[in-house]
Design a binder for this molecule. Sequence first.
Ligand code: 5RP
Length: 234
Amino acid sequence: MKTRAELIQEAKKNAALEATKHVKNHSIVGLGSGTTVAFAIEALGERVKNENLKIMGIPSSYQAFQLAVQHNIQITTLDEHPIIDITIDGADQITPELYLIKGMGAALAREKIVAATSKYNIIIADESKRVNMLGENNQAVPIEILPFALSLAKNKITALGGVPIVREGKGKLGPIITDNGNVIIDATFGIIQNPQELSAKIKMIPGIVETGFFVNLTNIAYIATENKIEKIQK
Ligand code: 5RP
């Protein structure tokens, strides 16, 4: 019998395979970050090898870049290809309206830029990510911040009703540093009624680079359970 961890891995892989079917020849593909997307990058690499699929990837993180290289996916940049055809990414929470919290892998800023540049965005996840409202289960919202603005940001986030915690590294002392040289605050707000409004308020704080709220950026989510893949579409 499979363990729960094995079943989750299988679900992530199934969602990833479903998403990669959308990728057409000669596409510019945004590559999200995280453990679920890793399966999608691997599957795209298989299609490049077996079907001679011609694509170019725009990675949203150093992790995605390394995976793309490992799987022989040609890399390009937003400067060379300012329009992305399709992006596949993961998420930390997904509502029925396709509102997301992202950024537990600290790649939220580039992920949002890639999503906003993409004509079509697909989110893939296992069912543990599905919620009715963002902020359920005390899920924090990751926020990327210039290190110089940290104390100001913590005070302002508290004034907005949040509980800010600076994300510490694992295998490194002190805060984690993002691919952009910034730090991350994980802020809990309880249930979030209006993520767009809260995101706009947080972004008004000087030094805030980006929030992990992704609203109106997703076209389809594939959420895999043990037996099936659920498709949520706008
Ligand atoms: C990284 C992200 C990831 O997409 C998100 O954390 C989901 O990751 P995983 O697929 O490993 O659960 O937003 O910044």
